[in-house]
Design a protein. Sequence first.
Length: 162
Amino acid sequence: MFSVGRVVACEERGRHGWRTQAFGDAGLALAQAAREQFDDLGLQLPYNFTIVEDMRRREHLGQLELMVLFAVIQPAKESYGVQISREIAEKSGREVALASVYAALERLEKKGFVSSALGTPSAERGGKARTYFQPTAAGLAEARDTHKTLQKLATGLTAFKV
C-alpha cells in the first residue's frame, strides 16, 4: 500500500553553500504564498522552492502484522482474534498475546489490508458478537508481494542448509 503526501523542498544559499530542508503540507502553503507575493512585487525569491507532489512512501509490515495477515488469509476459516492467535501459535511455535493480535489487526485495518465485520451475537458469549476479519484485495496483494520478496531474499542462503 502507498500513502500520498506533499513535500516542499527548500534550498537556501548560505555562507557554506546551499542548504536543503523539506516541509509537509504547511510548507507547501507557505511556499506557494511566498512565491505569489514575490511574483506580484516583481522580485526574485531568495530561496529555490521545489514543490514535490504525491510523494509515495511504502508502508512496510512488521513481523507480527505479517503473521496476522497470513493467519487471516488461511482458507476455509472464519478469522477472529482468538482463532488468529491460536493459528500463529500452532504454526510458529510462539505464543502471541491476544492484545498484540488485536493491535496488529487494527493497524492492518487502518492500512486497508483487512476489513472487519460483526457476527451474530451468541448466548455462549453472553450476547456479544464476534468480530470477524477478512483480507482485502490490497491485503492479498501485499501478502503475495512480501512472500515473493522473502523467498527471493532467502534464495542461496547457505546458513539455512543442513
